[in-house]
Design a protein around this ligand. Structure first.
Ligand SMILES: [Zn+2]
Length: 145
């Protein structure tokens, strides 16, 4: 969706404006914006009020997770911003997907990169890379489809 489409939903009423489309399991509105899946109320905040600083997240005065009325949104902190950060890849990723695992095996087998560079690239520990290369147990990320 584009900004205009999203903002046209807000214009339609006073009071809570409930996101009329798809929702995340968590109850937040789910919107594809700029090619990314985002929470609808965050997009509305970005469009109407501006940037959301790192470490802060958009809260609801009205406690309705799917409400996108900008007047009901404010920046706050709570434990949820940790979840949010990890979903956007801002936190260090420790688990690997199956694709990562095959890529790591290929890269290390071909000796194209130093192990330290592989560690950097996949944002996991040296021990994890070592375990992958030696076919031992390693943390695997469950892909959410
Ligand atoms: Zn509301």
């Amino acid at each position: 969706m584009n900004a205009e489409q999203i903002l046209s939903i807000i214009k339609t009423s006073e009071g809570c404006v409930f996101w009329p489309y798809c929702k995340f399991k968590t109850g937040y509105g789910n919107v594809r914006f700029n090619g990314k899946k985002m929470r609808a109320h965050r997009v509305v905040y970005l469009l109407t009020k501006g940037d959301i600083p790192d470490g802060l997240f958009v809260c609801h005065k009205c406690d309705n997770k799917d409400c996108i009325n900008p007047d009901h949104l404010f920046l706050g902190t709570n434990s949820e911003n940790i979840l949010d950060a990890s979903s956007k890849g801002r936190t260090r990723r420790s688990k690997l997907s199956e694709d990562d695992v095959s890529a790591i095996r290929e890269i290390t087998a071909s000796r194209l990169m130093k192990q330290d560079d592989v560690v950097d690239m996949f944002k996991c520990s040296k021990a994890t890379i070592w375990r992958v290369c030696n076919n031992l147990n390693y943390p695997v990320r469950k892909e959410i489809k």
